[in-house]
Design a protein around this ligand. Sequence first.
Ligand SMILES: C[S@@+](CC[C@H](N)C(=O)[O-])C[C@H]1O[C@@H](n2cnc3c(N)ncnc32)[C@H](O)[C@@H]1O
Length: 237
Amino acid sequence: MVDDARAISFERSTPWVADAALSKVCLEDLTRDRVVRSVLDVGGGTGALGSQFLKVEPRPSVTVLDRSPHMLARVPRGCRTILADWVSAEGGHEFDTVLMRQFLHYTSAPEVALLHALEFMCDDALMYIGQLVAPSQASADWVHAIGTYLDPGRSTVFTERGLRDAVHGAGFGELVVRRFEYRESLQQWAARLRVPLAPNPLPPKLRPSPDVVRELRLGADHAISLTWLHLVVEAAA
Ligand SMILES: C[S@@+](CC[C@H](N)C(=O)[O-])C[C@H]1O[C@@H](n2cnc3c(N)ncnc32)[C@H](O)[C@@H]1O
């Protein structure tokens, strides 16, 4: 599995994983005017985001759930871990805070994955969804072609509309919506996943790129323009 193979360098090589500014916004939005007691980080990988909650006072319990034992082996001490596939994991309505950062694109049915979170959420629980989304459907299709070429485990590249429709379709209401611009180097992305990718010309199935990507071509590389979408949601009453 790609996630097992890349676990060892995941935090070092993926620029956003240990980005303090990104996790700070998430922490601030989830701890404003409420006490966080129990956090579940779904598809939490090495626990880079969930473990940040160990710094919050009073200190909540933090649980990281992931299907990759290699990712979980790197979760910091102080967090509980659950080795499980998300949709077959059983919840007991025990968490007041659920995190899903860069997880939903691994699921072929995002609404089902979102709905499943209700089994883990207690009354008044909040869920944070952090996801890189493409600026248009054409761009999403192109990034999807690249993503599945580099990592066949991926299922979906969202646009903002697509992700928010899935969130609403699963019955969640949005409390916070934030956007941060983000650029990804195609060559760095391929290098992190250890897939050799000739820059020029790209493999035929990755051509043609939509205008939004072509405009951002940088020499032999491509700069993929994306947006970090941050949502804080609650279960509808
Ligand atoms: C891109 S990483 C994100 C890790 C973490 N959320 C973060 O933001 O640092 C996606 C993680 O989701 C996990 N994952 C993918 N599909 C899963 C599933 N069906 N059940 C549990 N974990 C899954 C992968 O093993 C991987 O660790």
